[in-house]
Design a protein around this ligand. Structure first.
Ligand code: C5J
Length: 220
């Protein structure tokens, strides 16, 4: 059986059941004036992983394997935005407010778009999600089942929020999950490290983690 070098042990890869999920590589999390910055975060940490995310995406495209993108965003009328989410904390701009890149985390606004370097190709699935997890209130599970996908490689941001939440949701639904370590990032380095440790602890209780080079070697 083919394997990807991973932690806490080798990932038994089935290439015909494998897809890449790129979580929320949006301007709103990576650029000044967006949602991440409105919460007081150093967004430059996010842009630093773009080259690794890009080569992972390219590797999947070259191998003819599915690449699925997600975007955290809400309908323009905010009917899918719970007050508990909008009113939380003390950001300079709240979801739905008008910022320098348009309305914060609203579908179709410039700031909500995926970073141009990582833009989806025509035909790639893009899931718009109102929650932190990509399965909540979306068609993701149906899409994966239609494509007979059972193994997911994860990239994107932030590691301990939307990436980890989606991995946990996927794990509960029976998908085998592998996190690409250099292709994910947090505003808090200690949270990234903790999320990686939690995911692969106790015999891969949520999933595996691996280096981008080892994933790419396996699908080349
Ligand atoms: C956050 C995300 N951190 N994509 N969203 O609010 O992780």
């Amino acid at each position: 059986m083919a394997e990807i070098k991973a932690e806490p042990f080798a990932f038994p890869v089935k290439h015909d059941q494998l897809a890449l999920i790129v979580i929320d590589m949006q301007r709103d999390f990576a650029e000044p004036g967006g949602f991440g910055a409105s919460l007081g975060n150093d967004v430059s940490r996010i842009t630093r992983i773009v080259p690794d995310v890009k080569r992972l995406i390219q590797g999947f495209r070259n191998a003819g394997l599915p690449v699925i993108h997600t975007m955290e965003c809400h309908r323009p009328d905010l009917s899918d935005l719970a007050p508990a989410k909008r009113d939380r904390g003390n950001p300079t701009l709240r979801i739905g407010d008008e910022g320098p890149m348009g309305r914060i985390l609203v579908s179709g606004e410039p700031g909500t778009a995926i970073l141009p370097e990582l833009a989806p190709l025509k035909g790639e699935v893009v899931i718009e999600k109102p929650g932190k997890g990509a399965f909540y209130a979306t068609e993701l599970d149906d899409v994966l089942q239609r494509k007979s996908i059972k193994q997911l490689v994860f990239a994107g941001v932030t590691t301990e929020v939307c990436v980890q939440t989606t991995m946990r949701e996927a794990n509960d639904r029976g998908y085998e999950c592998l996190l690409a370590e250099e292709a994910t990032e947090s505003y808090f380095p200690e949270f990234k490290a903790a999320a990686i440790a939690m995911i692969r602890a106790q015999g891969a209780i949520v999933g595996w983690t691996a280096h981008v080079d080892d994933i790419l070697e396996s699908i080349a």
